[in-house]
Design a protein around this ligand. Structure first.
Ligand code: UD1
Ligand code: CA
Length: 492
C-alpha cells in the first residue's frame, strides 16, 4: 500500500450498505427508511458520508429497493445506486457496490445504512489514521457495554488479526468487549482482491466483508483499528428497541447543542427537536414540546408545554401554549393557545392572538387582531385590530366548494356569529352578536341578522303554575313592588 495522498485529497468512494432485509424491525417499511429526529437512517448515513466529499457515493440497495431508491432520488440525487440482487452478506453487498464504480484507486470507505449516530468527523478521523498508518484496512471499533450480536475484534497489539462474528466466536472470543462498528477504510486494491477471495464457510453461510481483513494480512498489508471513545456512534439499529434508544440519544445530542447555543429546555426528557429545526438564543421550550420539520423559532419566544409544531415559523417573543400547528406562521409577540389548532396556511400577525379552542386554516390574520375563544376560522382574511367574538364560525364550505371571508381593519364581530362565505365585512364595521351574515357589511355599518326579541308577560303564571319557577317569579315581582312602595313612602 504505497500510494501517498495528502490529507485533503478526497477518498475514491464511500459505499453505504443498505440492502439487508431488516427482518428484526418487523415492518412494511424498509429499515433504512425508519426515522430518527425526523430524518431517515439512510439520509443520516448519506450526510455522514458527504463529510468526506468522496469522488463517488454509492448506496447498495436490495430489499424493498423501489422505495429506498425513490427516497434516495429525493434526498441524495448525487448518489449512485448499486443493486444487490440477493442479500448474500456484507461482502457481497460491497462487491455489488464496487461493480458500479469501474476501476478506482485510493481509498474506499464502507459504512452501513443502519448506523445513524455515526458522525462525519469520525469518518474524517478514520481516513486520516488509515493514511497515517499506511494501512490496507482500518476498522472503526468501539468498546460497548453489551457486545452481544456484534463482530468481535481480535487484536495483536495495535493491529487487527481478524473479526469474528457472534455466531462463529469461541467462548474466549465472546469475552472480547471491542466490537466492529461495521465501518471501514480500505485500500481499493486490497478490498477488490479480498472480496474476490471470500467464501461462505461460516455459521451464517454468508460472504462476510470482515474476512477481507485476514486476506489483506496474508497479502502483507497492515490492518489497524480506530477505537471510538464515543461508542454510541458505533451502535447499529436492528430492531425498534435500538431505534428508540438511538433516537433518544440523537435527540439528547441535538438538545445539548441548542442549550449550549442559548436555548432553555426545561425538560430534555420530554422535548423533541428534529435535526432540521432552527432555534435562536433565549428561546424557551417547556415540557412536552415537539418541534418538527423545518420549524424555526426566533429569540425570546416560549413554546409549550405540550405543543407540536410542524414546519412552523415563530417570531420573536411570541408564546405558543398547548398547541398543535402545521405549516403556519406566527409573527412577533403574537400569542397562541392554550388548546389551539393551527392548520396549514395560518398566518398570525404581530401581537395577534389565537386563543382557546380555536381552529384556523388558510387564515391570514392581521397585526393586533384577536380570535380569542371557541372559533373556527377557515379560508379567511382578517385585517388589523379586528376582534372576533367567542364562538364565531367562518362557514367556508357549502358541501361542494370552499369560499373566502374577509373582515376589514378594526372591525368587530359579536359572539356566536356565523359568517357564511363568500362574504365581505368592511373596515370599521360591526356585526351584532348571534348574527348569521350572508351578505356584505359596509364600512361603519352595524349588521344585525337575528330574530327580534319579544317578551310575553305572565307566560310562566299561565303555563308553569305550581312550579318553583312560578314561585321565584312571584317572589321577585312582590319584592320589586314592596321596594317601589317603600321608595314612595320615603318621598312623602
Ligand atoms: C455486521 C458485521 C459485524 C458488525 C456489525 C456492526 C459482517 C459479517 N458483520 O453484522 O461484524 O459488528 O455489522 O453493526 O459484516 N447488508 C447488505 N447486504 C447483505 C447483508 C447486509 O446490504 O447481504 C447491509 C445491511 O442492510 C446493513 C449492513 O449491511 O446496513 C450490516 O448488515 P447486518 O446484517 O445488520 O450485519 P450485522 O449482523 O449487524
Ligand atoms: Ca446491523
Amino acid at each position: 500500500m504505497t500510494h501517498q495522498q495528502s490529507p485533503t485529497e478526497a477518498v475514491a468512494a464511500v459505499v453505504i450498505m443498505a440492502a439487508g432485509a431488516g427482518t428484526r424491525m418487523k415492518s412494511a417499511t424498509p429499515k433504512v427508511l425508519h426515522k430518527l429526529a425526523g430524518q431517515t437512517m439512510i439520509s443520516l448515513a448519506v450526510d455522514t458520508a458527504d463529510a468526506l466529499s468522496p469522488q463517488h457515493l454509492v448506496v447498495v440497495v436490495g430489499h424493498e429497493r423501489e422505495q429506498v431508491t425513490a427516497h434516495l432520488a429525493e434526498i441524495a440525487p448525487h448518489a449512485t445506486i448499486a443493486v444487490q440482487e440477493q442479500a448474500l452478506g456484507t461482502g457481497d453487498a460491497v462487491r455489488s457496490g464496487l461493480s458500479v464504480l469501474g476501476e478506482v484507486s485510493g481509498e474506499v470507505v464502507v459504512t452501513s445504512g443502519d448506523n445513524p449516530l455515526l458522525a462525519g468527523e469520525t469518518l474524517v478521523e478514520l481516513v486520516s489514521r488509515h493514511r497515517n498508518e499506511r494501512n490496507a484496512v482500518t476498522v472503526l471499533t468501539a468498546r460497548v457495554p453489551d457486545p452481544t450480536g456484534y463482530g468481535r475484534v481480535v487484536r495483536d497489539h495495535d493491529q487487527v488479526v481478524r473479526i469474528v462474528e457472534q455466531a462463529d466466536a469461541s467462548a474466549d472470543e465472546l469475552q472480547i468487549a471491542e466490537i466492529n462498528s461495521g465501518v471501514y477504510a480500505f485500500d481499493a486494491e486490497a478490498l477488490r482482491t479480498g472480496i474476490a477471495a471470500l467464501g461462505t464457510a461460516n455459521a451464517a453461510g454468508e460472504l462476510y466483508l470482515t474476512d477481507v481483513i485476514a486476506h489483506a494480512r496474508s497479502a502483507g498489508g497492515r490492518v489497524g483499528a480506530h477505537l471510538l471513545e464515543d461508542w454510541v456512534q458505533a451502535e447499529g439499529v436492528n430492531d425498534r428497541v435500538q431505534l428508540a434508544r438511538l433516537n433518544a440519544e440523537l435527540n439528547r445530542r441535538i438538545l445539548n447543542r441548542w442549550m449550549l447555543d442559548g436555548v432553555t429546555v426545561i425538560d430534555p426528557a420530554t422535548t423533541w427537536v428534529h435535526a432540521g429545526v432552527d432555534l435562536a438564543p433565549d428561546v424557551t421550550l417547556l415540557p412536552g414540546t415537539s418541534l418538527e420539520g423545518a420549524t424555526s423559532v426566533a429569540s425570546g419566544a416560549t413554546i409549550g408545554p405540550d405543543t407540536t409544531l410542524i414546519d412552523v415559523e415563530v417570531g420573536e417573543n411570541a408564546t405558543v401554549t398547548r398547541t398543535h400547528a402545521e405549516l403556519a406562521v406566527i409573527a412577533a409577540a403574537a400569542t397562541v393557545g392554550p388548546f389551539s389548532y393551527l392548520r396549514p396556511g395560518t398566518e398570525l400577525g404581530e401581537r395577534g392572538k389565537i386563543g382557546a379552542f380555536v381552529e384556523t386554516k388558510k387564515a391570514v390574520i392581521g397585526a393586533g387582531t384577536k380570535v380569542p375563544h371557541l372559533t373556527y376560522c377557515g379560508d379567511a382574511e382578517l385585517g388589523e385590530g379586528v376582534n372576533i367574538g367567542a364562538g364565531t364560525i367562518f362557514a367556508n364550505y357549502d358541501g361542494v366548494a370552499k369560499y373566502t371571508t374577509t373582515v376589514g381593519d378594526h372591525s368587530f364581530v359579536g359572539s356566536d356569529s356565523v359568517l357564511v362565505a363568500p362574504v365581505q365585512i368592511g373596515d370599521g364595521a360591526y356585526v351584532a352578536a348571534g348574527s348569521t351574515i350572508t351578505g356584505p357589511v359596509g364600512p361603519g355599518e352595524l349588521a344585525v341578522a337575528r330574530g327580534q326579541q319579544r317578551n310575553i308577560a305572565g307566560w310562566v303564571f299561565r303555563k308553569r303554575a305550581g312550579t318553583k319557577t312560578e314561585a321565584a317569579a312571584k317572589a321577585a315581582i312582590e319584592a320589586a313592588e314592596q321596594g317601589r312602595q317603600a321608595g314612595e313612602d320615603n318621598q312623602q
